[in-house]
Design a binder for this molecule. Sequence first.
Ligand code: C5P
Length: 404
Amino acid sequence: MAPVSGRLGAKRILLIVSGGIAAYKALELIRLLRAEGAAVTPLLSANAARFVTPLALQALAESKVYSDLFSLTDESEMGHIQLSRAADLLVVAPASADLLARMAAGLADDLAATVLLATDKPVLIAPAMNVRMWEHPATQANIATLAARGVRRVGPDEGPMACNEFGFGRMAEPPAILGAIIACLAAGPLAGRHALVTSGPTHEPIDPVRYLANRSSGRQGHAIAAALAALGARVSLISGPVALPDPPGVAVTRVETARQMLAACQAALPADLAVFAAAVADWRVEREAGSKIKKSPGAPPPSLSLTPNPDILATIASPGPLRPRLVVGFAAETDALAENAAAKRARKNADWIVANDVSPATGIMGGARNTVRLLTASGAEDWPDLPKTEVAARLARRIAEALA
Ligand code: C5P
């Protein structure tokens, strides 16, 4: 029995072993995985069975071994679709040049390829082949295709090969593959953290049909919420009115006004970190009309008396037991970016300020790209022009480092 307490306790690995001399290392890999508490289901390609026996895999894994041989029992017990989904991670070790090519092409001509095409789980490959095969442009193109699809890779290593050549192509050693498996299955660096994010504009009513608003699209704030969630954080996104889908895995509260946004933020506390990307209206109409303001012939237009909205960032960042450990504000400026951003950081008690120039010529407001300057206690950093999703990913990584 495998221990349940290892670094992989209760994790299920579908280990696909394809043909090649390195298949013997799969046995050692299974032993290491079992020692870490993982449940391993081996799947053996027809060629792999020439290098390693199903019986050896079965004995070490203490599991049924699936293979290409069509079996009515297999199909009735567990069909290939179910097999592809019943694991937390699919590991292909060794991954032959041939199987990588079939994966890249989307073929389903044997059980291993079919399962890899049908799966909705992460996949890790440990390539093993002759150095010329590895360096061949066809293999390199296949590797690039698979990487672009999110397939993770460990190795190959450089060294002497069974075919008496030397170079890259040796399968990574089982302890390195084990390390890669642990990294693939580890929750992100923000696991266990709660992140509060504001996004979008606010709408401040004038009367039941009219409101004051701004041009914020919410794209940057929503991308930040998604990026933090992707690193494992539990994210509460408080969003003004936007035309964007909810980011996956994020709890979204929709609000209209600044005061509603502040109340929703306070209700979401405590949080470990907060990013205030919303373009909150600075003022609201002092007295909202209960019914539509009518224009009457000859009468002057109504004058709107404005009053300041609460500053959500400054409120949440003020010292107190509920202040998040890391508070990040935004400074959207059209003039004197550096000076205004630095002043804002101090005035609002933010730890960091992400400053951007929103002059109409930049196209940032409502656009897909952003050029920002990150202001922290240790100085200013100018980031290159990047898609908003990339600004978000960088910021999320920086936040994870700061909270580590
Ligand atoms: O003062 P200014 O609006 O330029 O400050 C921008 C920063 O403050 C942003 O992070 C914005 O989300 C936040 N803010 C806020 N509540 C306000 C105004 C701004 O949270 N009422």
